[in-house]
Design a protein. Sequence first.
Length: 220
Amino acid sequence: MSFAANTRPPRTLTDAEVKQLLKVSGEHKAGFRDHVIFSLALGCALRESEIAALDVEDVFDGLKVRRIIQLRVYKRAGAGADPTDQCVHVSDATWYKLSKYVKDLQVKPKLTPAGHPDKIVTWGPLFPAKRRNQNSHAGAGRISTRRIRELFVEWQRRAAFDQIYNFHSLRHTAITNVRRATGDIRIAQRVARHQNIGTTVRYEHASDQELADAVKKLPA
């Protein structure tokens, strides 16, 4: 498949940068909320607006964390787009982190008088604006997309990155990693939830990791 003349390669994190970001943000309990946010971007190719809009019940059915998340908020893909296409499969690593995160929030299934989980109960935003008291989940404000972007910059500095990326680079990295792993641009299109394959073609460019690997052992 040929590249469009004006297509620029997406900015992506290297494997080492991803590892360091997740290591630094996951080392302490106080940073675990942010760690899970980054994991959702890297493991599900979510945008910051899609992450900020998530409620607890979007990822938690009352008993366990879902393996497939139906997004309520997403980038509009044009007229005729099917909302059911806005389902994301959760990677194993992200699923385990979400499970721990929800457990740490002490979100427990609320039962009906018959003893069945109440499916209509609302727990509120998955990611609060502030780290709240464990016993007062409901009613807290939702984290903003601006704050998510700020947090990403802060954690990159803590991780001693040589260059600073914007948050959308995490989504670029996720889609590129799918293309690297499968060699199939159509699978990458499905993960990216692009309506048009032409939008996904840019991910056939060499990634930053592939570039780093190519020059690592050059004689000099």
